[in-house]
Design a protein around this ligand. Structure first.
Ligand code: FPP
Length: 246
């Protein structure tokens, strides 16, 4: 039966975030866009800790989309470098804080150096259980559906064997429950090809806050909004009363 979060006071198990607004945050300060991404990285580190404190088990963030390659070359290489810097600067801290890191997305097309950094981050944190951080990098929701279909074919599945479960098992986030709460910062109200399959029944929450300014206050507002939602998963809010004597 559908459950009202208002009754449960529920904390979402899985939160997915589109971290938007770094460029505008930097522009407002007459700084290059890269400065916004640097601040965005610092924000991410604080946010992971806050969500873990609030009891969220899975946090998935959109760090670089399949479409972000269209950005100016300088910004793309800046973002790649930021990941390398982030791994060397913060990996041990995150590992010590119990964060398990996974990278989801198409690993083709990124440099060997970056792939090696991802591998190290995953290996070093593989036993951690406080919170599961998935960084979607070179990721697109449509790419994910296509790669799951390709894997099903490569695994020799016949058309009649392909159902929702068969694809879900082959999606990039197969290890996690579907996101309960989808947050986008930066004031835009769109999904932008993030987790198209997995967010079928996620609660959507849009914040005007630019990502570098996102913090505990905004997180608590998002969690409070989530706790007030009635999740019906296609069912009804209040089941019909059963007639007496039935
Ligand atoms: C969107 O803001 C943000 C991105 C495309 C990059 C997100 C990256 C980070 C938050 C920091 C790095 C974190 C990792 C793990 C690499 P935008 O540039 O589209 O902002 P705008 O809409 O204001 O232009």
């Amino acid at each position: 039966m559908p459950v009202s979060n208002a009754v449960q006071g529920a904390v979402p198990r899985h939160v997915a975030i589109v971290m938007d607004g770094n460029g505008r945050w930097a522009n407002k300060r007459f700084m290059p866009r890269f400065f916004g991404h640097e601040q965005g990285m610092e924000t991410l580190l604080r946010v992971i800790d806050t969500f873990a404190d609030r009891g969220v088990e899975y946090l998935t963030v959109f760090a670089f989309s399949s479409e972000n390659w269209k950005r100016p070359g300088e910004e793309v290489s800046g973002l790649m470098n930021l990941v390398l810097i982030g791994v060397s600067k913060y990996l041990r801290k995150l590992a010590a804080e119990g964060v398990r890191i996974r990278i989801v997305g198409d690993r083709c097309g990124v440099s060997d150096k970056l792939r090696a950094a991802w591998d190290e981050a995953e290996r070093l944190t593989a036993r951690n259980t406080r919170i599961n951080l998935s960084v979607a990098f070179n990721y697109g929701g449509r790419w994910d559906v296509v790669q799951a279909c390709r894997r099903a074919v490569a695994d020799g599945l016949q058309p009649e064997q392909i159902d929702e479960q068969a694809l879900a098992r082959r999606m990039a986030l197969a290890f996690a429950p579907d996101p309960d709460l989808f947050i986008r910062t930066g004031g835009e109200m769109r999904v932008s090809n993030f987790l198209l399959w997995q967010t079928a029944y996620a609660e959507l929450y849009f914040s005007d806050c630019l990502w570098p300014d996102f913090g505990a206050t905004e997180i608590d507002a998002a969690l409070a909004a989530y706790a007030r939602r009635d999740r019906r998963f296609g069912g009804v809010r209040h089941p019909e009363p059963v007639p007496q004597g039935a």
